[in-house]
Design a protein around this ligand. Structure first.
Ligand SMILES: [Zn+2]
Length: 104
């Protein structure tokens, strides 16, 4: 009886393993994609000595709440997000806090 239950639980092992494996594969794929994108940025940024990369990352700071967002955040283009920063350090130095949603 106990053994039967155990083997049934054991049998459910691979099913529980499935999503984890899929997540692992997805992570691996993402890392590969990021590495490929990184190489592409490196290559396209070369002629402009890194300007292209700096321009692609502009943070928006909210002039009222003093919270800054990175591109892609749903608050990135809010009406008070009119302060622009080209780096996270710049925003922090200006007294802005990173957004808790996009975590810039
Ligand atoms: Zn944000």
């Amino acid at each position: 009886m106990d053994r039967a239950v155990f083997s049934r639980l054991d049998g459910s092992g691979p099913a529980a393993y499935g999503p984890n494996m899929r997540k692992l594969l997805l992570t691996a794929w993402l890392l590969l994609a990021l590495a490929a994108a990184g190489t592409a940025v490196e290559m396209t940024a070369l002629p402009w000595t890194g300007d292209a990369r700096a321009a692609s990352m502009v943070y928006h700071g909210n002039q009222r709440s003093y919270i800054f967002h990175r591109p892609g955040c749903r608050y990135y283009n809010c009406k008070n997000c009119v302060v622009e920063f080209t780096s996270r350090q710049q925003a922090l130095a200006a007294g802005f806090r990173p957004c808790k949603i996009c975590k810039p």
